[in-house]
Design a protein around this ligand. Structure first.
Ligand code: ADP
Length: 639
């Protein structure tokens, strides 16, 4: 057994690699820079985790999403693998401490958000680490051509100079051929090396429905397809409305969007994941990093911005490799809303400048400073302070982020943390001298372990309950102990953080290249236009359409999407098709029948009968029982 397979079995308990995982692992282990393209759910994490475990040293993992970073670290820890993360939500002390651990402790994984790379603190320490691999997740973020460009990804190339001999593994689930080449170029690959798994999802049936009544259509879908589902809509209000509509019809549903409190979002997500809720109606804030089986349908009520986004969102159905549906509902009015969307996403450059000034005023940063600093950012407060329109301001902030002025993270949910910076002896002396703290210090030590060696998450609420002190007093004790240099105390944080990548510029120096702006706008328009073509096409297999977009030239027809099915029906003379179908229905409605018996009983040309049978199986009119017999489904065909 290869060493990699041993690692896979020992830590993950899996016996086999999935397609392409082993090739990727062997490629990076032989020192080659590698770009790996795998669809969501393909198993990307294993491809850097396994080779890193098989080798001495630590693996750096660059990833933009703090919540996912935390999840991965927890998962590794649960396997007794030492991992940690540094991101904007942590204090300087914590980052310092973590970096030391990476040099002197036997840590195997350091997750970091890309803006950390350019800090002096990080640069000075990383060269002292024994780095065995640099993994770059969501690697498409480095490409201006991609749909999610993040300027801080451009800093990754600086790692090359610091760690010239360490191979890079770039990973993404969404890259057109142009973006793939750009990624390898921007990361300074010694030579291009691309490993790609086909994005074909054989169990996923793509369907587009043209309808004036999307609500009715949705109810029909949720009523006829069993299992969990996700419904994507574009605005927050609609998430509530559609969830209410489903509930009214007896379909258990909940809504989700980024404006909800963290606790609520976690609860909603868990309810769905544990099958307490069947359907989640959400904006595109839902689904990142979700790995749930039993998702049988993803319905889009509004047109997604790009095939990339659609493919990712639709792909959340059927991750368990069982049959699932990706359905897009379209009405002619949607085309008009596309126009509106373009103008909201690309407000005039003067508006963008106003938002720039507003942001720095809000942060109270004068011209000439701010570079490298991070601040809490409460969007609602910012908007109401400056009376900006939410959609326009959000777009302007996104444009400024892409220009590289700053980055705004997702909401960070960090508990409060405490770390004793004095040893036990010194603490004892302090307790003797300061009797008023004695009880509280004892409470802390009784409640948590490890306080002398690391930052430990604490909960002021629990401390208050245990001590009988008010929350306010608990807080005061903690702050005083920190003031006396006994502990370090980092209060909990929930807001997004804005990281300033550049100092504040004088208003007239805020440079927004209109060439770039037009370039991005054009790209946006061409991507959304592709989606329009996707929904309007009546001849191209849906799966083939998406695969061609992602550069797969010889993708086969799927034979199951709405286009393929209607072609199937047309390819057989409709009258004959209906006649065979009628006969099948008549036979199966009576009793479940074994397939060969059925084919013989229909009494038409065998090939044609099989053809019709397959179509009916695909569109859900017929079902195969455990006994392998076929039955006619009472609910009838779906599409
Ligand atoms: P991606 O990042 O590509 O979306 P993940 O790395 O999250 O995918 O993996 C998706 C799921 O597949 C995870 O639950 C993971 O544990 C599982 N998985 C990955 N590789 C294997 C394997 N070789 N055998 C079985 N399950 C695997």
């Amino acid at each position: 057994m290869s060493v990699y397979r041993e690692v896979l079995t020992q830590y993950w308990g899996y016996s086999e690699f999935r397609p392409l995982q082993e090739e990727i692992i062997e490629s990076v282990s032989s020192g080659k820079d590698t770009l790996a393209l795998m669809p969501t759910g393909g198993g990307k994490s294993i491809t850097f985790q396994v080779p890193a475990m098989a080798k001495e040293g630590i693996c750096l993992v660059i990833t933009p999403l703090i919540a996912l970073m935390k999840d991965q670290v927890e998962n590794l820890k649960a396997k007794n693998i030492k991992a940690l993360a540094i991101h904007s939500g942590l204090s300087k002390y914590e980052i310092d401490h973590a970096l030391d651990n990476c040099i002197f402790g036997d840590f195997k994984f350091l997750y970091l958000s890309p803006e950390r790379l350019s800090t002096d603190l990080f640069k000075a320490r990383v060269v002292q680490m024994n780095v065995n691999l640099i993994a770059i997740d969501e690697a498409h973020c480095i490409s201006q051509w991609g749909y999610d460009f993040r300027p801080s990804y451009m800093k990754i190339i600086e790692l090359r100079e610091l760690l010239p001999d360490v191979p890079m593994l770039a990973l993404t689930a969404t890259a057109t051929p142009g973006v793939a080449t750009d990624i390898m170029d921007k990361l300074g690959f010694t030579e291009p090396h691309l490993l790609k798994k086909s994005f074909e999802r054989e169990n996923l049936i793509y369907v587009v429905r043209h309808t004036e009544d999307k609500h009715r259509e949705l109810l029909k879908i949720a009523g006829r397809i069993d299992g969990s589902g996700i419904v994507y809509v574009r605005n927050r209000k609609k998430t509530r409305e559609i969830a209410a509509l489903l509930n009214k019809e007896g379909i258990s549903a909940d809504y989700y969007h980024a404006g909800l409190r963290f606790e609520d979002r976690t609860k909603k997500q868990e309810d769905w994941q544990q099958d307490r809720t069947r359907v989640v109606v959400s904006t595109n804030a839902f689904g990142m990093g979700i790995d749930k089986s039993g998702v049988r349908f993803v319905v889009h009520l509004d047109l997604p911005d790009s095939p990339e986004a659609y493919f990712q969102e639709a792909g959340r159905a059927g991750r368990d490799e069982q049959k699932a549906w990706a359905i897009l509902l379209y009405s002619p009015a949607d085309e008009k809303s596309v126009e509106r969307r373009i103008s909201v996403n690309f407000p005039g450059l003067d508006v963008v400048r106003e938002v720039y000034t507003g942001l720095f005023n809000y942060l109270q940063i004068p011209v000439g400073i701010g570079k490298g600093q991070s601040f809490d950012f409460i969007l609602g407060e910012f908007l109401s302070m400056y009376k900006f329109n939410a959609l326009v301001a959000t777009s302007a902030l996104a444009i400024l982020s892409r220009e590289g002025y700053f980055e705004i993270t997702e909401e960070i949910n960090n508990p409060s943390r405490v770390y004793f910076i004095v040893g036990r002896d010194e603490l004892y002396r302090f307790q003797v001298k300061n009797k008023q703290f004695d009880g509280f210090i004892k409470l802390l030590l009784r409640s948590y372990t490890g306080l002398f060696s690391q930052y430990v998450p604490i909960d002021e609420h629990i401390l208050s309950r245990r001590s009988g002190l008010s929350r306010d007093n608990v807080y005061k004790y903690l702050v005083s102990l920190a003031g006396s240099h006994i502990i370090r105390y980092i209060p909990k944080k929930k807001n997004p953080v804005v990281n300033l990548l550049e100092e504040r510029l004088d208003d007239k120096n805020v440079y927004l290249s209109s060439k770039q702006y037009i370039f991005r706008k054009d790209k946006y328009i061409s991507r959304i236009s592709e989606m329009l073509i996707y929904v309007k096409s009546e001849t191209k297999c849906r799966s083939q359409f998406l695969l061609t977009y992602f550069g797969e030239k010889d993708a086969p027809r799927c034979g199951k999407c709405d286009v393929c099915l209607s072609k199937n029906e047309k390819s057989l003379n409709q009258k004959k098709f209906d006649a065979i179908k009628g006969k099948i229905k008549e036979l199966l409605a009576g009793q479940p029948t074994e397939v060969l018996k059925l084919v013989r009983a229909v009494n038409f040309d065998e090939k044609e009968v099989i053809f019709v049978l397959e179509s009916l199986l695909e569109n859900g009119s017929i079902e195969r029982l455990e006994s392998m017999e076929l039955v006619w489904k009472q609910k009838g065909r779906l599409f």
